[in-house]
Write a protein that binds this ligand. Structure first.
Ligand code: DX5
Ligand code: ZN
Length: 220
């Protein structure tokens, strides 16, 4: 069963609660929240107080993607703000396993992400500590970029690793996902699809989410 995780980075922030409600009513399972610190990535988005505000407005699973340096400093704050799944970047810290353990200690699901140039093999030591793996399909930092087909080698490698581990680990892709690229990523083994522009630029969010899911499941 595929899941769709609309990224609020592409929404109209002046109507944030209504934007979130539109994708919840549209059938999305997760809500993707991109946190950027201007250091790990060259962009700044929003932080825990925004997530806390929308937590009161939504029952969706909050899928928080931390693009921040040394995330151990902030995972407690994001857990408190309402995150359900917390994703950290492999490249953002010296000891990802310690951060994943802390996320679990806080009672949240833990995930790790790799940038396009990071080999999937770096994830092997963490498999027993993971609920989800996020393979970036663009360079992190900005919405609206083009999907990088060369990242599909990592998606296939991660799918194989998950299979061999015998564990239940979701495989998410993020960046440039639309009704065409979702098919490519689904074929490669992804089962959670982040979509910013392709959902929030559509006038009918429910239709956009349905079309993504339908396309992703057509190859499963
Ligand atoms: C990029 C973010 C993505 C982004 C996706 O750094 O992690 O979640 O918002 O946006 P689209 O779907 O527009 O590529
Ligand atoms: Zn993201």
């Amino acid at each position: 069963m595929c899941k769709i995780s609309p990224s609020v980075l592409a929404c109209d922030f002046s109507h944030l609660a209504d934007e979130v409600k539109s994708v919840e009513a549209g059938g999305a399972e997760y809500l993707h929240l991109d946190v950027m610190d201007g250091v790990f990535v060259p962009n700044i988005s929003f932080g825990p107080c925004v997530i806390h505000s929308i937590r009161a407005q939504s029952a969706m699973v909050f899928d928080v993607h931390l693009m921040i340096t040394d995330p151990i400093r902030y995972v407690g704050v994001f857990a408190e703000a309402g995150a359900d799944i917390i994703t950290i970047h492999y490249e953002s810290c010296d000891d990802p396993a310690a951060v994943l353990r802390e996320i679990h200690r806080l009672g949240k699901k833990a995930a790790i992400s790799i940038k396009p140039a990071t080999p999937a093999s770096v994830l092997k030591p963490f498999l027993s500590d993971l609920d989800m793996i996020l393979v970036m399909t663009v360079e992190p930092g900005f919405g609206g970029q083009s999907f990088m087909p060369e990242t599909m080698a990592s998606v296939r490698a991660v799918r194989q690793m998950i299979k061999e581990s015998g564990r239940v680990i979701e495989l998410e892709v993020d960046g440039g996902i639309n009704a065409q690229t979702v098919v490519t990523a689904s074929e490669a083994g992804a089962d959670v699809f982040v979509a910013g522009s392709s959902v929030f630029r559509a006038s009918d969010r429910g239709e956009a989410i349905h079309n993504l899911r339908h396309a992703a499941e057509s190859v499963k």
